[in-house]
Design a protein around this ligand. Structure first.
Ligand SMILES: [Zn+2]
Length: 435
């Protein structure tokens, strides 16, 4: 009897080494999310975000193949495939050589794959899960690649790249029909999602991106609701799964230098992490890795005077995009909205700055200027409206989480995940001891 037990134990150990000891992977990417985003959101909440209580944490460096400041396409490729590429490229090396993502490798080996985002599912980060294009702008091709991939669950926005008419396609292809032929159920509302009990689903809840977290309502689901349903669908038959979750719009609020908008996006992402954590607690063979693709905005937690006005920020009720849209460019209207929803009086100097920014950049200048001014009123600073080369945080929970302590290159992360989960990576792995 003892011999049999020992033999069984040996077999289990061999299986663990051969296939990895992580069964499920939840890979969460806060787009453009910085250390300071998480710290400022924590101060605003008056308590640490759950993410900051994660036991294992480190830093990630994010430069791309052709720039010290990456974009989301090159960063997504690094985080999903383990290779540097040029800004703008997805799922291929700078010379055009296609590289598979760990999700694709996993799917070929019986692992179910899911994507949950709040942007178009053909945007750069989700695109890096399944896509291979020279330009991230080629979202029609990405939509085709998605429908033809081995993915089981897709929740996000962007049906305009899938429908034959009334969207952005010019080739007349009906990718919704193709998706259905490939076994996807197609849904478009939060109600349909909450009541969904099938096995393979494409949920596109908006023509383009979902509304920002601070304004989303009605039939567009929140990130945590999509994560909850994706975990239910992916785990129902007990097969291993890989789920990529993106807090897509943290980046955009940072681009807009918008503290209120960033705060609400970070809270949504943190709540999605809590849902993942709850799942992992009842499924202890689940590894959760949370990181970011790059820093955006260069958020600085004080512009001087050894202080920040957290109380003023806590009173903000609307994001800069909303204020810009609602005021319609009318400065007097903007002044009264900013007073009503943020408790801030705009000065003549503020108005000159807003008008100059608007003239210089008709698309985003007006909204960006409002975000920058509302930040500065509370002594919060930003270095840019673009990305920066700042390091980003990484957090891990679950089996193998201790391998995510230290300072990493972004290309290390999928290789470590792949090795821990036993995905047969098709390129030399960095040495990671498997327990
Ligand atoms: Zn990004």
């Amino acid at each position: 009897m003892r011999k049999v037990l020992l033999l069984l134990l040996a077999l289990v150990l061999v299986a663990a080494v051969a296939f990895g000891f992580v069964k499920n992977v939840i890979y969460m990417i806060g787009d453009g999310m910085s250390f300071n985003n998480l710290v400022l959101a924590s101060y605003l909440e008056g308590k640490r975000l759950t993410l900051l209580n994660t036991p294992y944490t480190g830093w990630v460096l994010t430069h791309s193949a052709d720039s010290i400041v990456t974009d989301s396409a090159a960063a997504g490729t690094a985080l999903l495939s383990g290779f540097k590429t040029n800004n703008g490229m997805i799922g291929m090396l700078p010379d055009g050589t296609v590289v598979p993502s760990i999700a694709e490798i996993a799917a070929k080996n019986g692992v179910k794959v899911g994507i949950v985002v709040t942007c178009r599912v053909t945007h750069a980060t989700p695109g890096a899960v399944y896509g291979h294009v020279e330009s991230r702008n080629d979202e029609n091709t990405l939509a085709e690649q998605l429908v033809n991939s081995d993915i089981t669950v897709v929740f996000g926005g962007g049906w305009r790249h899938f429908v034959a008419t009334g969207g952005k396609r010019t080739d007349g292809k009906d990718l919704i029909a193709l998706a259905k032929a490939k076994g996807f159920d197609y849904i478009t509302t939060r109600t349909e999602m909450l009541n969904y009990h099938g096995d393979k689903v494409l949920g596109l809840f908006s023509s383009s991106h979902l509304a920002p977290a601070s304004e989303r309502s009605g039939e567009q689901p929140m990130l945590w609701e999509m994560v909850d349903k994706a975990l239910e669908v992916l785990s129902k038959d007990g097969a291993p799964f890989f789920l990529m979750v993106e807090g897509s719009q943290i980046d955009w609020e940072n681009h807009g230098n918008d503290v209120y908008g960033m705060w609400q996006e970070v809270l949504e992402f943190n709540k999605a992490f809590e849902v993942a954590l709850e799942f992992a607690e009842s499924h202890p063979d689940t590894l959760i890795v949370v990181t970011s693709d790059h820093e955006t905005g260069g958020l600085g937690l004080s512009t001087g005077g050894y202080t920040m006005d957290i109380e003023l920020l806590r009173g903000y009720k609307k994001n800069a995009d909303w204020l810009a849209r609602e005021s319609g460019g009318d400065i007097e209207k903007l002044k009264s909205l900013v007073k009503e929803y943020c408790g801030v009086e705009l000065t003549d100097e503020d108005v000159s700055f807003i008008e100059a920014m608007k003239a210089a950049n008709p698309s985003y200048g007006y909204s960006n200027a409002i975000g920058r001014i509302l930040s500065n009123k509370a002594k919060v600073g930003w270095t840019t409206f673009d990305h920066t080369a700042g390091p980003v945080p990484i957090f891990a929970v679950g089996p193998g989480a201790e391998h995510f302590v230290g300072v990493f290159d972004n290309t290390d992360i999928p290789r470590i995940i792949g090795r821990l989960a036993g995905y047969p990576l098709v390129y030399p792995t960095i040495e990671v001891p498997v327990q």
